[in-house]
Design a protein. Sequence first.
Length: 396
Amino acid sequence: MTQQTKRPKHVAALDGIRGLAVSLVLLIHLQQTGVVPARFHIMNVMMHCGWCGVDLFFVLSGFLITLGLLDSKGASNYFSAFYMRRVLRIFPLYYAVLASVIVCSFLFTRYPIFPAWRGWIPQHVFFVENWWMPWNDLSNNILAHFWSLGIEEQFYLVWPACVWLLPRKRLSVFCVAACAAVLVLRFYVIRRYHPLSLVIFMNTATRVDTLIVGALCAIVMRNATLLSRTRRWLPAITAIAACYFAVVAIGVSGTAAQIYYTQTLGFTALALTFGPLVMWAYLFNGTGNWYDLLFSVRPLTSLGKYSYGIYVYHYPVLVIAKMMFGTNSWFGHDTFRGLLFCFGAVAAAICVAVASYELFEKRCLRLKRYFVPTVLSGNDSASSVLIAAGNSPLGG
């Protein structure tokens, strides 16, 4: 006898974590437009720190996806349910935007906002753009942010088989070993290539450990003994990892040196900082403590709900907005008009994302009900947080 996986209580704080991540991404990309006057050095530095928003997305993605895979392991439609749900969430919006960009790149050739390297269309079609982007000019590229979607989709392609084939104890060992191997690889690559290269930042092989840290957090969450032993150490892990970044930012002089320490141990430390934050959001769900209330506030959860659309649309909106206003004398100098530019661009991206979700994406998401994992009725792991938490962060 089989039954469908039960839909658990929604974890609002995880939507809040997703909302925080997309807010960080908005900040870094606004800062990169150059609209913030250079005299506001501290503001520029703070906004530039938003680059870590994608890492928070990665940790949350690995966490949610692995929870769902662990809970549906043994289902007769384990693979088909997972991949069809991913297709329904990611593909419609991704390919709709990609198709629009492809058409516009042929119609509006005089505008230098489209990818210019050879073969960019098939690379984006098959989600392997992140392997080519570091070797090409990404300035004003309207699809420059799609590299992270490529990493996630490549991870989704392999990870379900790992969860299916490995027992949980071996899976946790595999996660630790994989993270260590990726760390060694980053040290090698950063010595082989220039420290400022985007190869380390965008390549799946050098960034997948962030997703795996999220997966390891999910494995811990599903092991009561391991969770009880680990939970007391989470504050220390977060504090030590965060202190590493403080030391790099304050104690290390020179941009090249800071990037070196960030792209090696830094990515690992960042993942170890975000992992406990995600676990706490899940553990404290419904408790009403300050952490649960903080990440359950309506603005953050609303941003989280539409985060996939905001992520996909915001960069094209910013590129087009800069093309329209970037040549004006006030751009990058006038504070008031700069603020209007920022708020207007963000508001436009959010409005487009909300309309896209309500009018287009939601229709595709309704089809997910036909692809719920089915398990033996005696299986206690029937609940699937993947369903309740809205699936992948970048995938909404």
